[in-house]
Every structure is written in structure tokens, then in C-alpha cells.
Design a protein around this ligand. Structure first.
Ligand SMILES: NC(=O)c1ccc[n+]([C@@H]2O[C@H](COP(=O)([O-])OP(=O)(O)OC[C@H]3O[C@@H](n4cnc5c(N)ncnc54)[C@H](O)[C@@H]3O)[C@@H](O)[C@H]2O)c1
Length: 361
């Protein structure tokens, strides 16, 4: 078992990385003082893991209610939230009950938002089942749903009471979704740690990570995330914003393609290449750094180009949460492991966008 403590000013919680159910129950006893659990999942995870998980809880004598929403980004909306409020009330979930997010990042974000707002806030636990959720979204308390105009626009910071990461759930995950998680893992290397970059560069085989290394990678990723969240929980000092490397472009791309073409991590991979191109254009990084970023993304076998309209992408990026008065703030990199945040003028962004999307050819 590996354990990381997230020590915030107002709250402290554990990330338990273990395939042992006993480890989970020991942590659960500390984190949740209730007998009533509301397990939220999606239609795919329902088929694969919900029965196992509810039986596990019921065997301990807990009262378990469940709610299932649509799978994928399509289910990350206000309609799902509204469904969850009704379902919880009907099931007798009260202020002392505890919600459990059993699923990927979508479930974590929606269930977290639900928990933050249902009866003005109830406890919740993250049980991530995708590599992306295990290495990123289950930690840190960012919860949100998408609205028509943009991704994650309605949301709130609300920390979980426990994160249980059982890598055994990954055995049913598709290769595409494993790779999707890899993008956020690579992001930690680009922004925080050159050694981790070298490790990934040496380890990636056929575009993926060997399963024997999953727990190590999850532990490393959660450690970076926990340390950043401890220092800048609500993205005030700018430190946490570094985790958005590649995301300004990625969110615009996901919105432009209506969440149908790219998975989040796939969009982040393209976004990271765009961000390093911008870094190069502004002479923030050297051509060698650009090459290092490109090499690792290619090694991971991501599709790294897109033909979306540059002006549309610019206008979507201006709606990003980091933009102030229409000025877009980007996370750029100076070197592998060293990120900076800076506002970039629209004409510069547009120029790089046009080269990137091939409009300048
Ligand atoms: N809150 C944060 O800090 C944060 C950080 C990064 C990303 N995110 C959000 O996370 C979301 C992406 O997360 P995701 O990639 O996990 O997407 P997801 O939750 O949609 O899961 C991907 C797919 O895998 C399926 N699935 C889940 N677990 C499975 C398993 N064990 N076996 C087989 N199939 C399984 C799901 O049903 C879904 O179809 C995005 O909405 C993104 O904005 C949030």
C-alpha cells in the first residue's frame, strides 16, 4: 500500500493506493462516519464494477443506494446533476450520508459537484476507475459540469474525504483510455520534473506504460498534484494553474469538436504541443525543449495535429476561466520541468494557431 496525505488549511485527507479492500475499509472508517452511502457511477462502469463495489460495502453492513448517469463527457452536464439531486432525495440520502464517485474523471467531477451542493454539502469519496482519474482528477477538489458555451464553466472547489485508488480497475479499461490518462501524466513531467520526463522517455513502449509500472506512476502523479494543491488549493497564487499546461487549447478543442472527436487527454496532448510552440515563438523556451516535448508526445503516439479554424479556436480560448478581460493567460514552459504563466497577445496566439492548424500554408 502507498499513502499520500493531502494536508490543506481547512482539511486533511488520504489518498490510498492499494488493491487491498482491507486498506480501503481502514481508511473509510477514518474518513466517513456514516452508515449510508450514495454510489454514483456511469453506465459503462455500472456494467463492469458496480455490483462488486456495492456488494463490498453491503458485506460490511452499510446501507447502499446507487445512481447511474450517462457515460463520457456527454453526461457531464446540469441535467445529470438535477437527476442526482432527485434520486438522492428519493433514496433518503441526508446531510450525514456520504457520496462515492465510482468512475472516471467525469463521474468524479459531477459527483463532487453534487456532493458540494446537495443539502449545502455532504461528504464524498473518490474511487477512480480510469488512469486519468487515478493520476489527476480524483485529487484536488475541482468539481464541475459543462455548459453549452464551454467546458467546466459551472463548478466549485470541494475536496473529497478520501481517495481510494485500486489499479485493478484498470484491467477493463481500453488502450485508448489508458493513453488518455498518459497525457496528464506526461504533463507532470513537462511542468514539474525532468527526472520523471527521463523515466517516461525510457519506459514508454509502443506508446504506453507497462502495467507493472502503473502504481509507481500513479503514486508519482498524485504526489505532484497533492503538493501543488496544498500550496495553492484554489488556484490563487498561480502555482496550481501550472497544472493547466496544454488545457487552454484542449478545452477549446473539446468544445469546438463537441466532445465527440477527442478524449480530454488526447486534446491535452495536442494542447501541450501548441503551448510549447507558443513558448518557442515567444522565445521562452529553446528549440531543444520544443523537440523534447514533441519527442515524448510522439513516443506516446498521440495525434498531434488538428485542422480546426484558428479564429474559432481563439474565440473559444478567450472564454477560458484563466482569461481576464478577454486576455488569454497561458501556461508555457521554459525548460522541461519549468513552467511559467503569462498573458499572450491575441495576434501572437492567432499567428501560432494558423501555423498549427495549417491555415498559413
Ligand atoms: N477535476 C479535475 O481536477 C480534473 C482533472 C483532469 C480532468 N478532469 C476531467 O475528467 C474528465 C475526463 O476523465 P476520464 O478520461 O476518466 O473520462 P470518463 O470519466 O468519461 O471515463 C472515460 C470512459 O471510460 C469508462 N470507464 C471508466 N472506468 C472504466 C473501467 N475501469 N473500465 C472500463 N471503462 C471504464 C467510462 O465509462 C467512460 O466511457 C474530463 O471531463 C475532464 O475535464 C478533471
Amino acid at each position: 500500500m502507498k499513502q499520500i496525505i493531502v494536508n490543506l488549511k481547512t482539511k486533511k485527507y488520504d489518498i490510498v493506493i492499494s488493491q487491498s479492500e482491507n486498506d480501503f475499509f481502514t481508511a473509510l472508517a477514518k474518513a466517513a462516519k456514516t452508515n449510508m452511502f450514495f454510489v454514483i457511477t456511469d453506465k459503462n462502469v455500472e456494467k463492469l464494477h458496480l455490483k462488486y463495489f456495492t456488494v463490498l460495502l453491503k458485506r460490511k453492513g452499510f446501507n447502499v443506494k446507487t445512481a447511474v448517469i450517462s457515460a463520457g463527457e456527454i453526461g457531464k452536464n446540469i441535467k445529470s446533476l438535477s437527476f442526482l439531486y432527485d434520486k438522492a432525495l428519493e433514496a433518503g440520502i441526508d446531510r450525514k450520508s456520504c457520496a462515492i464517485a465510482l468512475g472516471g474523471g467525469v463521474i468524479g467531477d459531477v459527483a463532487g459537484f453534487f456532493a458540494a451542493t446537495y443539502m449545502r454539502g455532504i461528504n464524498y469519496i473518490q474511487v477512480p476507475t480510469t488512469l486519468l482519474a487515478m493520476t489527476d482528477s480524483s485529487v484536488g477538489g475541482k468539481t464541475a459540469v459543462n455548459i453549452k458555451g464551454g467546458k467546466n464553466i459551472a463548478g466549485v472547489f470541494y475536496q473529497p474525504d478520501l481517495v481510494w485508488i485500486n489499479s485493478a480497475f484498470l484491467s477493463t479499461l481500453t488502450e485508448r483510455h489508458i493513453k488518455n490518462g498518459l497525457a496528464e501524466i506526461i504533463k507532470y513531467a513537462f511542468t514539474f520534473d525532468k527526472k520523471f520526463y527521463s523515466y517516461l522517455s525510457d519506459t514508454l513502449e509502443n506508446g504506453t506504460v507497462p502495467p507493472k509500472d502503473f502504481e509507481y506512476i500513479i503514486y508519482q502523479s498524485c504526489s505532484y498534484k497533492a503538493r501543488v494543491v496544498e500550496k495553492d488549493e484554489k488556484e490563487i497564487t498561480g502555482l496550481r494553474a501550472v497544472l493547466n499546461f496544454g488545457h487552454t487549447f484542449a478545452h477549446a478543442l473539446e468544445t469546438a469538436t463537441k466532445y465527440k472527436k477527442f478524449l480530454h487527454g488526447e486534446a491535452v496532448a495536442v494542447g501541450m504541443l501548441f503551448a510549447v510552440k507558443l513558448s518557442l515563438k515567444l522565445r521562452i523556451c529553446k528549440p531543444e525543449t520544443y523537440k523534447e516535448v514533441e519527442n515524448l508526445l510522439q513516443k506516446a503516439d498521440f495525434t498531434l495535429s488538428t485542422k480546426n479554424n484558428a479564429r474559432q479556436m481563439l474565440s473559444l480560448m478567450k472564454k477560458d476561466k484563466k482569461s481576464i478581460d478577454g486576455n488569454i493567460k497561458f501556461i508555457l514552459i521554459k525548460d522541461i520541468g519549468k513552467a511559467v504563466s503569462t498573458y499572450v497577445k491575441d495576434n501572437v496566439v492567432l499567428n501560432v494557431l494558423k501555423n498549427f492548424t495549417g491555415e498559413n500554408k
